[in-house]
Write a protein that binds this ligand. Structure first.
Ligand SMILES: Cc1cc2nc3c(=O)[nH]c(=O)nc-3n(C[C@H](O)[C@H](O)[C@H](O)COP(=O)(O)O)c2cc1C
Length: 275
């Protein structure tokens, strides 16, 4: 697991959103070269803010290949996900199931529901920037650890204090840093085009310094780190690796230049072999 597709980038299945399908069919995007984080599931259907007939109302491009989104975790719920995608078409992909539990009890239930699914891990998303995700994090993380033997990853955001991440790190096989960053953190003096949804989360190259900060703060945490946040070139991968990350995730790059993630991953693997 050196390169991941981060949650939301290639939909629930790893084969992408409808606009990605021609690229997957033609081999431009090769999901099988990655480990895939599914889009996050909540326990039950959640309407969120996304509507298929007006996606741009919750997803807007910004300058420099960045985006702001306020999907608000629209999703059909975990039972749907497990029914629809297990085992087909997940069987030939390495899938990490991303879940967004709202309480420790729900977290245990969701982990237990995933037992037997064809997945290589569960990612506990405690960092969606579009819902309040800073409360109850420690108990949710502990519940995950106590409920399953499936390998666990926790996905944190820039908003989470370092002490908290350090406290729960031993419960997990890896930490994933970072989720999209709150609009107000990135642009404290500018109004968001998604202000009516609370501002949204910003992704893409502009959040690289935020990811770097978190990697520095968590140096020596003792758990492997998956770094993501604005990766758009091999140089960024190298920088994150120098800051201690051992795996890397692509999100927004799939929106901007969908052919690049596979290229970067291949180039990195080739370089690693020749070292
Ligand atoms: C449209 C969109 C939807 C996303 N949905 C999720 C999600 O469901 N769960 C999650 O943990 N992260 C989600 N993310 C965050 C990404 O997985 C990624 O962590 C973040 O965008 C930062 O990486 P990037 O700059 O490479 O995109 C989403 C991002 C975008 C742009």
């Amino acid at each position: 697991m050196d390169f991941l597709v981060s949650s939301g980038a290639l939909a629930y299945s790893g084969y992408g959103w409808p606009w990605d399908w021609p690229l997957v069919w033609s081999g431009v995007i090769k999901p099988e070269e990655f480990t895939i984080d599914t889009k996050s599931f909540t326990r039950y259907y959640r309407e969120g803010n996304y509507r298929w007939y007006r996606p741009w109302s919750v997803l807007r491009p910004l300058a420099g290949g960045c985006w702001v989104n306020s999907f608000g975790l629209s999703n059909p719920g975990l039972a749907w996900g497990l029914r629809k995608f297990n085992p087909y078409p997940w069987e030939d992909l390495n899938i990490i199931l991303s879940i967004f539990p709202t309480s420790p009890e729900e977290c245990s239930e969701m982990c237990q529901m995933a037992e037997g699914a064809k997945i290589v891990g569960i990612e506990v998303d405690v960092s969606c920037p579009n819902v309040d995700s800073t409360r109850g994090v420690v108990s949710i993380c502990r519940a995950a650890k106590e409920s399953t033997s499936i390998p666990l990853i926790a996905k944190f955001g820039y908003q989470h204090p370092t002490w908290l991440i350090r406290e729960v790190a031993p419960y997990f096989q890896a930490l994933h840093l970072i989720n999209a960053v709150l609009w107000a953190t990135v642009f404290p003096h500018k109004k968001s085009p998604l202000a009516r949804y609370g501002g949204g989360g910003v992704s893409g190259p502009i959040i690289q310094p935020f990811c770097e900060d978190k990697l520095k703060e968590l140096a020596g945490v003792g758990v492997p780190i998956i770094a993501g946040g604005g990766i758009d070139s091999i140089e960024v991968v190298k920088r994150y690796a120098e800051l201690g990350a051992s795996a890397f995730s692509f999100g927004t790059l799939f929106l901007n230049r969908p052919w690049e993630p596979n290229r970067i991953a291949r180039k990195w693997r080739q370089n690693s072999l020749s070292l």
